[in-house]
Write a protein of this length. Structure first.
Length: 289
C-alpha cells in the first residue's frame, strides 16, 4: 500500500512541478516523505493527523524508534541528515576507534532541533544521560514529544539558547521552508522569555563532571563561543569529544582550527561537521552516575 501511495504522490508532485509549477509546503513535505524517507529503515506511518505524522523506523542492530514529523515543515531534513546520510557516523567511529563507547555517560546536544540527533546518540549509547538544548518553542515541543514517545527517562530537554554567558536572547527566524533548522539567536538588551545559558551552567545543573560528547549545531553562535575565554577553558577541561558544525558565513573556521591545534585536540571534517577529540581527556574514563 505504501509503495502505491509513493508512486501516486511522486506522479502528482511531478505534474505540479512541471505543469502547474505551484507547490505548497504540504507538497514539498509529502514529496520528501514518499520519494526519500519511506525508502529507508522500514519507515512507516503509525498515526497521521492534519498537522503531523508519527513514524516508526529501525536501523539494523538497534531497537526501533518513533518520531513525530510536522507536515509542511523542514522536519524531514534532520531525519535524513542523521539517520539516512549518517551525519554523526564519524563521531561513532572515532569513539569506537578509541574503544571508548562504554565510557560515554554524559552527552550535551546543543541545538537539538526536533531531537533526531539525541535519539541517534541515545540509541548508540543507551547508558548515557543526555541533555538536549533547543531555543525555539515549536521545535522544543517536538523534542519533548519525541522523548516521550520513545519512553526515554534519562534525556533532559531544556528550552534555552547556548551563549557565552547567562543572559537573555532573542530569535531571528529566516523566511522559507527550512526555517525550523536555521534559527539564529542573538543577545537581547532587555529581558525576554528565552534564556541564554553557558554549556558549563547546563552541565553543572545536570551534575555532569565532564561532557563525554558535546554536539553543537547552533547556527553561527559557535563563532561567539570560541572567542570567549571561559568557553575555551571549559572545552579544554571538560569536553572529551566534540561534534561541531562550523558555519562558513561566520568566517570562524581558521580560529577554531587554531584553537584545536594549540590545545591538544585532534580533528577531522566530514561533510558539514567537524569532529574533535580532546587528547588530554580521552585517556581518562568519565565516571558513570
Amino acid at each position: 500500500m505504501l509503495h502505491v501511495k509513493r508512486l501516486f504522490y511522486v506522479f502528482y508532485y511531478s505534474i505540479k512541478k512541471y505543469i502547474v509549477r505551484r507547490r505548497s509546503p504540504w507538497d514539498y513535505f509529502w514529496n520528501d516523505y514518499y520519494r526519500r524517507l519511506s525508502c529507508h529503515h522500514h519507515l512507516r506511518i503509525i498515526r497521521h493527523s492534519r498537522g503531523e505524522i508519527l513514524v516508526g523506523f529501525q536501523q539494523q542492530g538497534f531497537p526501533p524508534l518513533r518520531g513525530y514529523l510536522r507536515i509542511s515543515s523542514s522536519d524531514p531534513a534532520p531525519y535524513m541528515q542523521v539517520f539516512v546520510q549518517g551525519e554523526y557516523a564519524p563521531l561513532i567511529e572515532l569513539i569506537e576507534k578509541n574503544r571508548d563507547a562504554r565510557n560515554i555517560h554524559h552527552i550535551v546536544d546543543a541545538g537539538g532541533n526536533i531531537g533526531m540527533t539525541t535519539l541517534y546518540l541515545k540509541q548508540r549509547f543507551p547508558q548515557a544521560r543526555i541533555l538536549v538544548v533547543e531555543p525555539d518553542t515549536s521545535n522544543f515541543a517536538q523534542v519533548q514529544k519525541n522523548i516521550r514517545v520513545n519512553a526515554f527517562t534519562d534525556i533532559e530537554p531544556v528550552q534555552a539558547g547556548v551563549w557565552k554567558k547567562d543572559t537573555f536572547l532573542s530569535i531571528t527566524q529566516p523566511e522559507g521552508l527550512m526555517n525550523q533548522t536555521s534559527l539564529v539567536v542573538t543577545e537581547s538588551a532587555t529581558p525576554t522569555s528565552l534564556k541564554g545559558v553557558t554549556i558549563g551552567t547546563l552541565a553543572d545543573g545536570q551534575g555532569f563532571p565532564v561532557i563525554d560528547v558535546l554536539k553543537m549545531d547552533i547556527e553561527g553562535t559557535e563563532a561567539v563561543l570560541f572567542r570567549d575565554p571561559d568557553f575555551r577553558e571549559m572545552l579544554v577541561k571538560r569536553v572529551r569529544y566534540l561534534a561541531l558544525e562550523i558555519h562558513a558565513s561566520t568566517g570562524a573556521a581558521p580560529e577554531i582550527h587554531r584553537f584545536f591545534d594549540e590545545n591538544q585536540f585532534s580533528y577531522t571534517e566530514a561533510s558539514e561537521t567537524t569532529f574533535a577529540v580532546n587528547r588530554n581527556l580521552t585517556a581518562h574514563q568519565s565516571m558513570p552516575v
